[in-house]
Design a protein around this ligand. Sequence first.
Ligand SMILES: [Zn+2]
Length: 271
Amino acid sequence: MPELPEVETVRRALAQHLCGQEVTAVQVLNPRLRMAVDARALAGLVGLPLQAVNRRGKYLLLLFSGRILVCHLGMSGRFSLSLPGEELPAHTHVVFAFTSRQRLVYVDPRRFGLLLLVDREELIPFFPLGPEPTDVSAVEQQLLVAKKRSKSPVRNVLLDQKIIAGVGNIYANEALFAAGIRPQTPMGRLTRKQISALSVALRQVIERAIAAGGTTLKDGSFRNALGDPGYFAVDLAVYDREGQPCVRCGKGIRRLVLTGRSAYFCPSCQH
Ligand SMILES: [Zn+2]
């Protein structure tokens, strides 16, 4: 599942390659996504320039003079660029053609993604989202409130998009390792010092991953940049490393399941 750093990498690539160009055609090959794609609404983008590509949490916001295309990659969504005549990948849902003749292709085998065109005013209800995970002081405030209200394990609190936007399971586990906190610790038991350390760790982990994703952009092809998620370039300390030695102390990483999803920790570095 794409996480915030991957979405940010895609955002930068789209902004770099497509901003300023006009849409010349929109073709909906398969409208079936989380919400059905409205082909008639998307046709209204023809003739409009892509002005900016923003991000909020894991949502991409493509701005076209007064209209916003809200995109979420869901479980398996992916954007790629191609030229006319090139074969479209399997599971292509929508193709946007631009004045440079480049085509932006949205592919989504598991169909949990979202492509929704809205007017600016309609946008607000879509975002009951907490602050960005890189905003350390806002995150710290949110976690202090959660400490009073929530009995959930801290890992689950980090995944709650209303508390902090854009954190997925990979970076939640990595931030907890960096802060020395076990994922199953009840939120109410965290000390202020731990909350402070966790807020800083979250920003570091996310920024490092964005930087790693960004470096894949420099080695050339846009298609690689979009098709090859940056997180493979990040050295993960605990996530999906059950039984492997801890990068700090060498002890075996342990896995447990919290509300149906794996959590990973080092029994000696995390308390
Ligand atoms: Zn360790």
